[in-house]
Design a protein around this ligand. Structure first.
Ligand code: PA5
Length: 508
């Protein structure tokens, strides 16, 4: 009979240094007030854009030449100035959707403190917080939260989390199993929620809200419900007024995917203990860096120009890859920001978020050797929170002593997870650029967001369409409403029935 090996004790990691992500969470000042970075901090947290593998070529002719960028720079500067002056195709209805441009300077310390105080009051009396929203009312919050916190945040003790509740996200899909599983995680806990919907009428979010609202009101009552929506319009605002929920506002002139620096993002981030003063300072710093019109020292302009020329030269896919599970969610945020803003009138690149090296063993084959219609952008996290040494092994059967003998750690190898593919893919004919993110702090995430927002705004203007609306998203909503029998949609429902009846069915 086979003998069972019984482990006498659990895994002992007491000789390992403390996890710095947890240390940061525990020390995170929940309300340290205005964050004014000094010049050393700014220098140490500079986001760089490296386009070496765009301007060079393994085969002689560069994918994009300096001359081509010089040539388009005038047009980019012109679009930049139009955006600054509030001109161009930037309206949603009669509202100019350029509020995001000046937000970093307009947000006051007092306002941030008010948000923090409401968030802390709620956080102090709940065990779990659920952020409800979809698209722009969801992704930026989750991406920022994941970029800055422990991978298994909700499984840590409250003290390790920095004395804040567990954090969950719902309303981003209508998967009943996902929702039901999430309820199991919330069972028996004191739950607080923030429902975020600018329009106040988004079905996915509304369904999640209705169910959770019902459950919460049977227990803690309306005090644990935040509502973040339009200042005056929409069903959600009406409901909040009647029920007396605490409300936060998404400004009229800021679209969903540009709204992470409004209360839509800030309230939830503050509940999670993220330093929203530092986050705002990051936006402010990048705003200053990309406000001037010197093309070659403006990373948003160069980024927009490279992507625009890539698209015109036939690149259909932008693989956005990173070497950190924390910053991977920034790639997902880009997956929304760019296609929703650029994918109009037959234009735009499909953004494919990738975690390297994981995806190098999957779509990496395609990037290296498939159809040459790919542009690649790396988000390279330079300094991870923790350093992981590779231990020596006298037998060296795995052949890794070449690393441990030279004191090379997992961090070193993880940097290669960008440097290696960047070179190999360049050799394979895939132009690529790298955005360096120095470390996981709120300042850097804020900087990153503003740079991308500016870039995508320029991109829409260069392509000749309005990047601040998403008419294409409405088509699916209409179809779901009609197919699910929403009152008022009877005619469209009939049209769908007739149109689908005409189709030759083919089910194999
Ligand atoms: O960027 C956008 O505008 C969209 O992705 C919206 O954020 C998303 O559709 C959710 O809309 P709402 O906040 O109105 O529920």
């Amino acid at each position: 009979m086979k003998q069972k090996t019984v482990m006498k004790s659990g895994l002992d990691i007491s000789t390992w240094r403390a996890n710095k992500t947890i240390t940061k969470q525990k020390e995170s000042p929940k309300n340290r007030g205005l964050f004014v970075p000094d010049s050393d901090f700014i220098k140490d947290n500079r986001l760089n854009l490296d386009i070496t593998y765009i301007l060079n070529s393994a085969y002689g002719i560069p994918f994009i030449s300096t001359d081509e960028l010089d040539e388009i720079s005038g047009e980019v500067i012109e679009k930049h100035n139009r955006l600054k002056r509030g001109e161009g195709d930037c309206k949603d209805g009669d509202i100019t959707m350029l509020g995001w441009q000046s937000l970093p300077d307009e947000i006051t310390t007092r306002h941030l403190d008010e948000v923090i105080s409401a968030a802390r009051e709620l956080a102090g009396r709940i065990d779990a917080f659920v952020s409800l929203g979809i698209g722009g009312s969801y992704l930026g919050i989750e991406a920022t939260f994941k970029a800055l916190t422990h991978t298994y945040f909700n499984r840590l003790s409250r003290e390790q989390r920095g004395d804040v509740p567990e954090i969950y996200f719902l309303g981003q899909n209508t998967d009943p199993d996902f929702f039901r599983d999430s309820l199991d995680m919330l069972k028996g806990k004191r739950v607080g929620i923030n429902v975020i919907s600018k329009s106040g009428s988004t079905t996915e979010t509304a369904i999640a809200f209705r169910i959770l609202r019902d459950l919460i009101e049977k227990g803690a009552g309306s005090r644990s419900i935040f509502v973040t929506t339009d200042r005056t319009r929409g069903g959600l605002k009406k409901l909040a007024d009647i029920k007396g929920y605490r409300t936060f506002v998404v400004p009229d002139n800021v679209g969903g995917r540009f709204s992470v620096l409004t209360d839509a993002g800030l309230a939830g981030l503050a509940v999670a203990g993220i330093d929203i003063h530092e986050f705002t300072a990051g936006f402010r710093n990048m705003k200053e860096r990309v406000s001037h019109d010197d093309f070659w020292s403006n990373p948003a302009m160069v980024h927009a120009a490279v992507r625009h020329l890539s698209c015109k030269k036939g690149k259909k896919i932008e693989v956005v890859a990173t070497n950190s599970t924390a910053t991977y969610h920034l790639c997902r945020w880009m997956e929304q920001l760019f296609p929703e803003s650029e994918g109009h009138k037959g234009y735009g690149m499909w953004v494919s978020p990738s975690m390297y090296p994981e995806n190098l063993h999957a779509n990496g084959q395609m990037v290296q050797d498939g159809q040459r219609n790919i542009l690649e952008t790396f988000l390279r996290l330079i300094n991870h929170d923790n350093r992981l040494e590779i231990c020596p092994d006298t037998e060296n059967l795995d052949g890794l002593n070449y690393l441990s003998d030279r004191g090379r750690d997992m961090n070193f190898i993880n940097r290669m997870a960008v440097d290696g593919p960047a070179y190999a893919h360049f050799q394979g004919g895939v132009p690529n650029m790298t955005i360096d993110i120095p470390r996981r702090n709120a300042f850097n995430i804020g900087q990153f967001y503003y740079m991308m927002e500016k870039s995508v705004a320029l991109s829409g203007y260069l392509a000749g369409h309005n990047p601040f609306i998403q008419p294409g998203v409405e088509a699916y909503k209409k179809a779901i409403f009609a197919m699910s029998g929403k009152p008022g949609m009877e005619k469209y429902s009939e049209d769908i029935t007739k149109a689908t009846a005409r189709l030759k069915r083919s089910v194999i």
